[in-house]
Design a binder for this molecule. Structure first.
Ligand code: UD1
Ligand code: CA
Length: 463
């Protein structure tokens, strides 16, 4: 027997006040529906479809291979949405159907497995996740008979006062026997406060027929959905803690996990040390013993073991073993810092390949440049790489020493162990081992200060 999955995501999500489909909002770098798909895939479901609104092209094209979509032309309610999914599947003979919303990113695969196991063991027609809430308002209440068996679900807006007092709510995550679900959906009506086909009414129909209905109690946080930006932030915080706990369990040190933001796609190694204000995103990888932060933002970056990165913004750049970056550094795409190299205070690099042990300690712009091994780039050095039309490359040889405030007008090559004099504008290649200086002779006017003072005094007396 297989499990087919319908993820419901055709609702408007108007309370988000956003122009993207609700389930496309990101939690720790992954869309909400992406998290749900991940959990569902983990339990080895056979067919997954996402029920979408007609306008949600972005959502449909985002779905990974192996996950289909179907379109609910009109939002006539959750029962109707599931009907759309069943029509899409064709037949669910011999299958169970797992139904869940696309906006519960914290839902774990283990919980879904528990739900399905309970369903199979109980040989049930329907098994649902429920949770108890201190404030159940807005939710469908779970109705039970005197023996405690579930008999149905009543929506908040349709509930009688004594039903409103029930604090056990429907989490909207259920598994149904396929053929029985098909039959019951065909019998739903819209005779309710919202004029919708309610999926939960299927449970009451089963109850009336005396079919076995099972309920599994779930953790409130795990099944909570997102309806507003405030809830998105809350869920994101919970996810962040989950991710941070996981990494700390694997030997990553954090000064304060409340202030560390790691996306789901990031990889870290044991012994990495993270200080407050660290944001690690995309395909970032952090090596063993690397120290990041305080205050660093790294997206799609690779940081070698024992490197030290602080107060830095790093985008699509690679930092070698034991390299030092920061404080106040911007490493832009295409930058590769060699082992034990340095990008120091107020340095910006773009498409810069810096050799092992080469140092750019202060106040420099290194763009479209290749620096050899063991070179030193003086404070204030700038690669003048852009002539207004094209970008040009600078090449600096092994062991070269670039004097402070050198302008390297590209294309230009500085030879191995060559020197440039401080303040030089270098626009021609410099041979290996040579010194290039480009600046005018220093003039000196003796006694200048006294002469100037005398001149000013005269002016005062004349006026
Ligand atoms: C639903 C349940 C309620 C439960 C609550 C838990 C119903 C009638 N009620 O209420 O018992 O306590 O979830 O959060 O099901 N959707 C569609 N197409 C539609 C309508 C909805 O795809 O025509 C999707 C929405 O995108 C959403 C999910 O179904 O993901 C739930 O729909 P919503 O209308 O928000 O139901 P609730 O009022 O939250
Ligand atoms: Ca509703």
């Amino acid at each position: 027997m297989g499990v087919r999955v319908a993820i419901l995501a055709a609702g408007q999500g108007t309370r988000m006040k956003s122009n993207i489909p609700k389930v496309m909002h990101r939690v720790a770098g992954r869309t909400m529906v992406g998290w749900v798909i991940e959990a569902v895939r983990d339990i080895g479901a056979d067919h997954i479809t996402v029920v979408t609104a007609p306008a949600a092209d972005d959502l449909r094209s985002y779905l990974p291979e192996g996950v289909s979509s179907c379109i609910q032309a009109e939002q006539l309610g959750t029962g109707h949405a599931v009907q759309v999914a069943l029509d899409h599947f064709g037949s669910v003979e011999g299958d169970d159907v797992l139904v869940l919303p696309g906006d519960t990113p914290l839902l774990r695969a283990e919980t879904l497995r528990e739900l399905i196991d309970a369903h199979v063991e109980g040989d049930s027609a329907a098994t649902m996740l429920t949770t108890r809430l201190t404030d159940p308002s807005g939710y469908g209440r779970v109705l039970r008979d005197r023996d405690g068996s579930v008999t149905g679900i009543v929506e908040h807006r349709d509930a009688a006062p004594e039903q409103l007092a029930v604090d056990e709510v429907n989490a909207a995550i259920y598994v149904f026997d396929g053929p029985r679900l098909t039959d019951a959906l065909g019998r739903l009506d819209r005779d309710n406060a919202q004029d919708e086909y309610y999926l939960p009414d299927v449970v009451a129909l089963f109850g009336a027929e005396g079919l076995p209905i099972n309920a599994v109690r779930a953790d409130e946080e795990e099944v909570s959905g997102v309806n507003s930006q405030g809830q998105l932030a809350e869920i994101s915080r919970a996810m962040r803690h989950r991710i941070n706990e996981e990494w700390m369990g694997r030997g990553v040190w954090m000064a304060d996990p409340d202030q560390v933001f790691i996306e789901a796609t990031v990889q870290l190694n044991a012994g990495a040390r993270l200080y407050p204000g660290v944001h690690l995103e995309g395909t970032t990888e952090i090596g063993e013993g690397a120290q990041i932060g305080p205050d660093s933002y790294i997206v799609d970056g690779k940081v070698g073991s024992d490197a030290h990165v602080w107060y830095a913004v790093v985008r699509q750049a690679e930092i070698g073993t034991g390299a030092e970056v920061g404080p106040y550094v911007s490493l832009r795409p295409g930058t590769v810092l060699g082992a034990r190299s340095k990008a120091g205070t107020f340095v910006e690099m773009k498409n810069a390949v810096i050799g092992e042990k080469s140092k750019v300690p202060h106040l420099a712009y290194m763009g479209d440049v290749e620096v050899g091994v063991g070179a030193n780039i003086g404070a204030g050095t700038i690669t003048v790489n852009y002539d207004g039309f094209d970008k040009h490359r600078t090449v600096i040889g092994d062991g070269a020493r670039i004097g402070s405030d050198t302008m390297l007008v590209a294309p230009v090559t500085i030879g191995e162990k060559a020197y440039t004099g401080a303040g030089s504008t270098i626009s021609r290649d410099v041979a290996d081992g040579a010194l290039a200086v480009e600046r005018s002779q220093q003039k000196e006017i003796p006694g200048y200060a006294a002469k100037r003072e005398a001149r000013n005094r005269r002016k005062l007396e004349e006026s």
